[in-house]
Design a protein around this ligand. Structure first.
Ligand SMILES: N[C@@H](CCC(=O)N[C@@H](CS)C(=O)NCC(=O)O)C(=O)O
Length: 216
């Protein structure tokens, strides 16, 4: 059985929980509080030397970090990863876009403006940059989604799940999605699909393994 080291409020952790739910895979969940430094302990750093969640522990005790690498691993051979070579590369293209041009501003704004007490005052000088870069990413998504139901091909792939995770909570980072109707329709489409779970949801199948890191 997989073990997922995750923080409930982390968009990157949510990506893995969302795909595991969509695939109906049960797993053990270990909650890690990054705000309490739980990703910086020797035990956690042995699992991911970068000291970040999510981390997926595989059978045999091997570990995989990086949310989009976890998505790619779990999606292999499923409907969430196309078989066609070019479509697979397009999925990766959007996942790289998410990490390079979307997450660094949209997730950072939500983290500092919504999750960290006093973060707005601490990060005053970064907010304009996050807004500029975040709206650029949203505009690019809007243009694509104006003529495509999903990012790649005719159905949800891990490219959609990777982008859904931080986009649906972008308003918590002060982004107004009202001017992005195609993005809002796509968010609703993804959320309406069978097996979808909210970011706040604790997985039923994993509740027995729901644990604090200290007891992991
Ligand atoms: N590129 C990584 C980013 C992971 C990341 O930034 N995780 C945050 C939570 S969303 C974290 O663990 N931060 C703890 C820290 O940096 O100390 C991924 O996509 O998994």
């Amino acid at each position: 059985m997989y073990t997922l080291y995750s923080m409930q409020n982390s968009g990157n952790s949510y990506k893995a929980r969302l795909l595991l739910a969509r695939l109906g895979i049960s797993y053990r969940l270990v909650e890690v509080d990054i705000l309490k430094g739980e990703t910086r302990t020797p035990e956690f750093l042995a699992r991911n030397p970068e000291g970040r969640v999510p981390v997926l522990e595989l059978a045999g005790g091997r570990h995989l970090a990086e949310s989009n690498a976890i998505l790619a691993y779990l999606a292999e051979g499923t409907r969430f990863m196309p078989e066609d070579r070019l479509e697979r590369a397009e999925v990766l293209r959007w996942m790289f876009f998410e990490q390079h041009s979307h997450e660094p501003s949209i997730a950072a704004a939500r983290f500092w403006l919504h999750l960290v007490k006093g973060g707005r005052e601490l990060k005053t000088h970064d907010i304009d940059h996050w807004m500029e870069q975040g709206y650029l990413a949203l505009s690019l998504m809007e243009r694509h989604l104006a003529s495509h139901a999903y990012f790649v091909g005719p159905r949800t792939t891990v490219a959609d799940l990777a982008l859904y995770a931080h986009t649906h909570v972008a308003p918590e980072g002060d982004f107004d999605l009202a001017g992005y109707p195609a993005v809002m329709d796509w968010l609703a489409r993804v959320a309406a699909e069978p097996g979808h779970v909210a970011m706040s949801e604790r997985p039923a199948g994993a509740s027995a393994g729901w644990d604090r890191l200290a007891r992991a």
